[in-house]
Design a binder for this molecule. Structure first.
Ligand code: PEP
Ligand code: MG
Length: 578
């Protein structure tokens, strides 16, 4: 199994090809020529005092009107695009922001570029300090406005000129830059930076453009016009592929398209084993943009909404929660996991250093010491619960019942405040916890007494049980989902849930890998939560399995001594040899 937050990197081949790895966002196999684009202006802002403030002011005013007229010329084709454009326009006509830039030029004698840069810094710092997700969202928009202004002041085109359909390679891309391009000209997108829920990823996703983000250095390593083969599902891009590699990518493209089409036809079918056991297939999403995929894959609800990704991308939580509640509530549970920030997910403003961040100030440990920040998320989730009875809340990284009860007590306090303030919410909203630390798994029989549901986060449970960092490729060979310690803990949690009448699901990556399904359902899990794309394959696997054989198989696995024997047994079972 690949670690979810794997490092990016490159592999060189003898014959000149180079393979780059990153985070695949929207799957797809593409080959084509590279159109390379780098933002260099920001790195080159000179901090020298101007001799002639009036001409700097004139340069700024001219740049401002050029950017505004460029924005007016963009014709949004979707609501997302229209919303983003509206934010840019309101930013560039914000009197305080503009006054600060003008003041920097006339009173402090900054150059026009420096004035824009300094005003942006001041603004973003002030907004970040508020710790409010609505204001945090605006930071990304201000940065986008800044890039456009700096380009215009420097008198260079901010956009990308494409002469033929191409794979766009860039250090990063702002949403407006993407919007300016003709969609049919974009074969794929490869970016040095970015996360799966950045604005640009959302737009590319809704336009069904294959994207790989976070590659690290691709924009400096690739020549404009170079041939590229990319597989966004695997997160792999090959620069200068040889003829054989190109042929294999083209073949993969054909196979991927055919398989996808076949699997999509089954999206309406229930996930029922051959002997009639129903398994609920839920979707993991990181933002409201994941809802379409969940619906298209026939998900039975949202098993895990990783809300912290909205914070990392400066996006508004409340509207995303509302949208998920409204659109997914009729399918089944909509599970908001409270912020799992910290560790490898550090947001702006969380400036603390730790020796062991993965064992450190993360998730509820961070939130419970930043109560205002946490309170505002809880209120947003409570409000969403008034839109659908299916909304439920789940706490990450719980290490035992005391910590869980403290968090639940805080939720109760926030509920009281909502009642006092006339904020409607569902009084019966279900409260659950992730089981992703060994201590929580071992004490799950005690924890179960305090919650309505539990969900096993195998990604963390594996790393903490075997003491193997899930993001460290050097020790990735030790990251063994089928380690008997992990399987035994999972079995213990399944039993703790059953004996207390508390449903238990799995929402780590293991749940989305079809080869593990016989073992997971055999251990007694009847709810699995995964990415939308995995639902299609997992559903097909379930429909070919017999539950009674899976239960026998899981019993046998529990007596095996090590990961190698379990892996071998599972392979034989999947190959129909056991
Ligand atoms: C997990 O740990 O398995 C999990 C689902 O949470 P995350 O991957 O977001 O840490
Ligand atoms: Mg986790």
């Amino acid at each position: 199994m690949r670690a979810r937050y794997s490092l990016s990197g490159s592999i060189g081949y003898n014959h000149g090809m180079v393979e780059k790895k990153g985070i695949g966002v929207f799957p797809g196999v593409v080959t084509g020529r590279a159109a390379v684009f780098r933002h260099t202006i920001l790195e080159n802002v000179e901090h020298s005092l101007s001799e002639d403030p009036q001409s700097e002011l004139a340069a700024f005013e001219e740049a401002l009107s050029r950017v505004l007229s460029e924005l007016h010329a963009i014709k949004p084709t979707t609501k997302d695009e229209a919303d983003i454009l509206a934010v840019y326009e309101s930013m560039l006509s914000d009197p305080d922001f503009l006054a600060l830039i003008r003041e920097n030029i006339t009173e402090r004698r900054y150059s026009a570029s420096w004035a824009v840069e300094a005003a942006t810094e001041k603004y973003t710092a002030a907004l970040a300090a508020l710790g409010d997700s609505y204001f945090a969202e605006r930071i990304a928009d201000i940065r986008d406005a800044e890039v456009r202004l700096l380009h215009a002041i420097a008198g260079v085109g901010g956009g990308i000129e494409l002469t033929e359909p191409s794979i766009i390679i860039a250090d990063y891309l702002t949403p407006s830059e993407l919007m300016e391009l003709e969609k049919s000209d974009i074969l794929g997108l490869l970016l040095d930076s970015g996360g799966p829920t950045s604005h640009v990823a959302i737009l590319a996703h809704s336009d069904e453009i294959p994207v790989i983000l976070g590659i690290g250095d691709i924009s400096t390593d690739v020549e404009d016009g170079a041939m590229i083969a990319m597989d966004a599902k695997e997160g792999i891009a090959i620069i200068d592929p040889d003829e054989k590699t190109l042929r294999s990518f083209r073949a993969r493209k054909g196979i991927a398209a055919r398989t996808e089409k076949e699997l999509r036809k089954e999206a309406e079918l229930p996930a029922i084993t051959l002997d009639g056991h129903r398994i609920h297939l839920m979707c993991n999403i990181e933002g409201a943009e994941g809802i379409d995929g969940a619906i298209a894959a026939g998900a039975d609800g949202i098993g895990l909404f990783r809300t912290e990704f909205l914070v990392l991308q400066h996006m508004d939580g409340e509207s995303a929660y509302d949208e998920a509640a409204r659109r997914m509530g009729s399918y089944g549970p909509v599970t908001f996991r409270t912020y799992d920030l910290g560790g490898d997910k550090v947001a702006d403003g969380m400036s603390f250093e730790e020796e062991n961040p993965i064992l450190g100030w993360r998730a509820v440990r961070y939130c419970m010491e930043n109560r205002d920040f946490f309170r505002s998320q809880l209120v947003s989730i409570l409000k969403a619960s008034s839109l659908s009875k299916s909304v439920r809340i789940m706490f990450p990284m719980i290490s035992g019942s005391e910590e869980l009860m403290d968090v639940i007590a805080f939720l109760d306090e926030v509920k009281k405040e909502c009642r006092r303030n006339g904020i409607a919410f569902n009084e019966e909203m279900k409260v659950g916890t992730m089981i992703e630390t060994p201590s929580a798994a071992i004490t799950s029989d005690i924890i179960a007494k305090h919650v309505d549901f539990m969900s096993i986060g195998t990604n963390d449970l594996i790393q903490y049980t075997i003491a193997v960092d899930r993001g460290n490729e050097r020790i990735a060979h030790l990251y063994r989902p089928l380690h008997p310690a992990v399987i035994r803990l999972m079995k213990h949690v399944a039993e703790a849930g059953r004996s207390n009448g508390v449903p238990v699901s799995i929402c780590g990556e293991m749940a989305g890998q079809a080869e593990y399904v016989p073992l997971l359902i055999g251990l007694g899990f009847d709810e699995l939560s995964m990415s939308a794309h995995s639902i299609l394959e997992v559903r097909r696997r379930i429909r070919g399995l017999d539950m009674a054989s899976c239960v026998d198989f899981a019993d046998r696995v529990l007596s095996l001594p090590d990961a190698t024997s379990i892996e071998k047994a599972l392979k034989e079972f999947n190959d129909g040899k056991a």
